[in-house]
Ligand binder design. Sequence first.
Ligand code: ADP
Length: 249
Amino acid sequence: MEKTDSLLLISHVKKSFGTLEVLKDISIDVYKGDVVSILGPSGSGKTTLLRCVNFLERADYGSISLDDKTIDLKTATKEQASEIQRKTGFVFQNYNLFRNKTALENITLGLTSGRGMSRADAVKKGMMLLRKIGLEDRANSYPSELSGGQQQRVAIARALATDPEIIYFDEPTSALDPELTDEVLEVMRQLAQEGMTMVVVTHEMNFARNVSNRVIFMDHGLIVEQGSPEQIFEHPQNERTRAFLRLAS
Ligand code: ADP
């Protein structure tokens, strides 16, 4: 894909919890259609980074530019934060579906009460998305009636419902049994092929290698190395990246 449109610029993000410096100075440039995988040992700050750039957590320093509009991550108003959240999707490790709502309702909620879409239009869109993830026949099922893989697919459909410019995935398959992981990765692979811009924190090396076009390796709150999957997997330059990949393989 031709890389011309820089969509999202994450600049100099810093975040501490008490005395623990979790993000030391993180900057990432994301282009339209990019699939960026973020790898790194547990505790290196990957989840915190996603949460900070989507205002689920307040950063201590840094900014993001989306659509050429720059917003300070520390001082943004509630309205500015909501505006960013409206333009982005977030897929959580534990799905975060409403337990008392059906699959279809989980998807349509953000369209009706969130955006004032008519119920009929929201249902139409919800059904289209359920078809896309292969769960049309489970529209009226509650999360407890779905497998973890199915719940995560619904969560992806929910993220897609509002036509986000970018979707963040926070270890989307790490709560799943291995046999359910593939169906979620397959949906993500399909989205990538359709040109969806995605930033994915993952431990799935095959996904990082075969689906993403850029891999970022984080350790101790810093980006240690980044490059194409080939550069990172075949020719890692940094010793910490090498050690991590040795353990992960
Ligand atoms: P990763 O996603 O790379 O595993 P995290 O971003 O989840 O890393 O966590 C980085 C560090 O920040 C960890 O030491 C974690 O315990 C700590 N941490 C994360 N969230 C909080 C929080 N809300 N309060 C205190 N410490 C936190």
